[in-house]
Design a protein around this ligand. Sequence first.
Ligand code: GCU
Length: 680
Amino acid sequence: SAQKDYKLWLQYNKVEDATILNSYRSTIKGVHAFGNSETIAIATKEIEQGLSSLLGQEIHKINNENSANIIVIGKTSELSAELQQNIQKDIRIINNEGYVIKTLNNNKQVLITGKTDVAVLYGVFHFLRLLQTNQSISNLAITDAPKINVRILNHWDNLNETVERGYAGSSIWNWQKLPDFIDQRYIDYARANASIGINGTVLNNVNANALILTPQYFEKVTALANTFRPYGIKVYLTARFSAPIEIGKLKTADPYDPEVQKWWKDKTAEIYKSIPDFGGFLVKANSEGQPGPQNYGRNHVDGANMLADALAPFGGIVMWRAFVYSEHNTDDRAKQAYSEFVPYDGKFRDNVIVQVKNGAIDFQPREPFHPMFGAMPKTPLMMEFQITQEYLGFSTHLVFLPKLFQEVLQSDTYSKGKGSTVAKIIDGSLDPHKLTGMAGVANIGSDINWCGHPFAQANWYGFGRLAWNPNLDSKTIAEEWLRMTFSNNEKFVQPVQEMMIDSREAVVNYMTPLGLHHIMDTGHHYGPGPWVSNLSRPEWNPVYYHKADKNGIGFDRSSTGSNATAQYAPEIAKEFNDIAKCPEKDLLWFHHVSWDYKLKNGATLWDGLAQKYQEGVNQVGNMQSTWGKMKPYVDEQRFHEVEMLLNIQHKEAKWWRDACLLYFQQFSGKELPNGVEKPT
Ligand code: GCU
């Protein structure tokens, strides 16, 4: 069963329900493939093996394309003329990565096709998902295409094989054995990503080492790019801004210096010589001590455009990160990225996309959406989510992140009136942009189960699904994932789906309820540390964020405070700014609130805060009891792993509650309300 852990959501267990199994068996007798590219070979093998395993009987290649009850796959231009005619209309409306799955000829054949081989592969995975989740496969008429172009993982992997903020072992890139040793994991990684439509990967850490841009590493990167290419995955690298000095022996990295410009042009050309479809660069500049254009009195536009000009002849892009805040800036950290970037709207080259974290601080259990979304209509903005659980209990706590992602994506920015959701900004439909993207900081490592926690696999899966379609419902994602990963038994799916959905609010409640944020112990960010106040930079200290005193608690970001609320569209700003209208889930994010303030349910703020912490603990208790009943449906190993992890999570939810309440009680001076357990 260690193998089960490794297989992720591609278990392809034999269909248990006899009626469903029989209907599948009578519909599918074989597979016929048009085309002979590497990608089509992969798609053919996937569907043959997947179906054989799901149906519990061998499904073979059929040479005669006119046979009855077969699955026909292939790129549209390579299909027979008759088949092409059948799907002409469907194919016209989809992009190059989209596919059509259609039942033809009186239910006798199912055709899976698209304009490119990779589209066919995506279609194959979709078709297999239908069987994996026990859905009907008769009279299919599916057209689907990704709404976002760049669907990409960001690996914060260092060249020494450690992973920054990684909690699932070490890096899966074995730089020492590359380029000649291609670990089976690279192939399995590519396959898993293709199954959810991920089409890009940044191999190395945003806190970049320039060595990745040297010939020794290029051969290794090329080997990975060659491995991933048939799965539709492009390779990208992070570019350390000072690389011209560190590995190029230049005296400066000033983007205005012609030698520096030439260095990047040559470097880029060198990469494209061995990787003709190289994706481009991801850059963290002038952020947390990283070098950047500001070191030379230049700005983000100067830096990004210089790299963009080097990449443009080859079709590459620059993903320039907006995660900036400065030790020289005394303004509210939450305001700094907006202040720095919004004035540059419209000034970036066409092949630059600005990568913005979902919230203005840093991947907290809950943050209001980043005010940059909606504020730069002339610049493509891409979403950066963190799949790895830096602030959410590492790989120890079960937290289903698609629920968090959905909340952000469906937030209304009002930038063009009601209905201007973040999803519409990043998919380029609100302000038309050709370049669109969603990045997820990967939670993948060398652990047998890839992600540390069996349920953390769902966060990788869900990220991919939302990057494909940012309007998907996280409930649907949870259900799909459970059926594919564990079981289709309704007695399992329904309660565990609920448990996953509730897990997000649980972590908010036991860590940072009512808009609290960044009160984790510093450095590692695991466990509570609201008392920490001795770090050199004020904005690294939890006390900076909760500002508890005898009058109350919370960060005043309203017009009487830092006025961060003014960075939102007026409709939203008005709401956030007014303590009575501010959603309670964001209350202490935007307001310093007195301990006696009356919440909507009539409780005082102090009582309400304590009750939220208790609720979080109770929710984890419910998760434990739900899981405890799932033994009949899950293999022994995964059942026991999750059980142990939930026990730790419960213990730590209490740790959070007790630590935070005892600490804040010094300021409130009040007793804990009834129903909140006293620390023991
Ligand atoms: C967080 C994280 C760092 C990371 C940074 C970033 O601050 O703790 O490890 O480098 O985000 O996104 O650049």
